[in-house]
Design a binder for this molecule. Sequence first.
Ligand code: BES
Ligand code: MN
Ligand code: ZN
Length: 476
Amino acid sequence: MQITLESKPFATLETDALVTYVFEETDPAQGRVAELDKLTGGLLAKLSKSGELTGKTLEITLVHAPAGLKATRLLLLGAGKREQFNPATLRKVAGAALRHLKSRGVHNFTFVLREGDLTEEAAQAVTEGAIAADFESDKYKTEKKNDKFIETVSVAGYGESEKAAAEKGIARGRIVAEAQNFTRDLVNEPSNKLEILDEKKIAELKMGALLSVAQGSVEPPRMIVITYTPSNAKPGGPVVGLVGKAVTFDTGGISIKPSDGMEKMKYDMAGGATMLGVMRALAALKPSVKVICVVPATENMPGGKAQKPGDIQTAMSGKTIEVLNTDAEGRLILADGVHYAKQLGATHLVDAATLTGAIVVALANIHVGVFGSDQAWTDKLLASAKAAGEKMWPMPMDEEYREFIKGSFADIQNIGSGKGGGAITGAMFIREFAGDTPWIHLDIAGTAWNDDAKPWLAKGPTGIALRTLVQLVTSL
Ligand code: BES
Ligand code: MN
Ligand code: ZN
């Protein structure tokens, strides 16, 4: 899909669809929209009067053969209240426009930005929204909708002086959204693996926690390590460690899960896929910060060799762990992942994991749960999430919760002894391995998968947290 800048006036644009957006509770005939209204002989005012054009968020109004325009169609999207409008809404508006037009066999459209929105961020948001919306989970469908595709999105509205900023936004948006789609492709894959550190090396490094999860499977584990070392990294500057949970299939192990919905557990590697996607984007964006990505990958299976509740394992750090529930496996593999990232030199850590059902109880599928050991580092991440338009919410990490994971027969246990706070317990466990290194855990169990399609995004993997982490690293 091409994304290009268009500078011709609206009336002369020969496009399959001219797309723009209107706000709620203001006369739609303002600025650019007033121009459009005039060109079309008062069409927008009429639509507004008839109640078909209210500006409500993601309302869609499609007009064929609009008089006064060279465009085949005019598509108007609701953008909500002007005061609340931001790049996150713009991203959804652009995404919903693409999906609406694509499903109707349209191949090209021109997205006109409104006056006041002609920034680099806006161009980036439109690009990200369009590219993420274009993604379909149809890789394994033999009947593809080959006639339904978008060839070109033109972004219009920028003047000569804003052109450079717009080009920059489009270029950055493309890198980020393509990396997000790459992550979504990885999540969609059935439970296969990538190859890096093999089981022999993993055993040599004494990653006992990762090995314990893998031992029930005939598929050996892997530890994927990717290092990005820019030549212009500041000496003594931060080294970011990104650790992603990649359980390629989570049956629960001997503490087996119920069969209902178990097929979804192929997405238990979404945290790892996110980190690989982030590295892909960073390779293209080339920030001046060193980043080490560590992805422990394994299946969690029951079987004759599987670990059993009550088994005691020694993690790479030397800490001993009582495995009371083999289904709390994500924290085990992250224990070794986080320790290894530190050993490789990470000074600031972030892990992402589909860690707990409890985070879905707490925050549903709306917010990512954010658990941090260091306020300054956590604040940076939350600001990045805001800038990237991904909803994230800080969760408590008080010392009192540490009691929950004190072991009876080993240093710590892998599930809480208290009632409730399941997502926090999981985070407290991982924190044991981060130690004093500033660390953030993102629980993406509720947000990494869309059970239903949204107007702006397909059903299935979402690629959540990728944009935030790219923003975090590039803003350091
Ligand atoms: N991969 C699951 C978490 C999960 C649950 C993700 C539901 C998406 C939807 C994780 O490995 C797990 O099984 N967690 C357990 C922990 C419990 C045994 C302490 C859970 O949440 O039930
Ligand atoms: Mn599990
Ligand atoms: Zn899991």
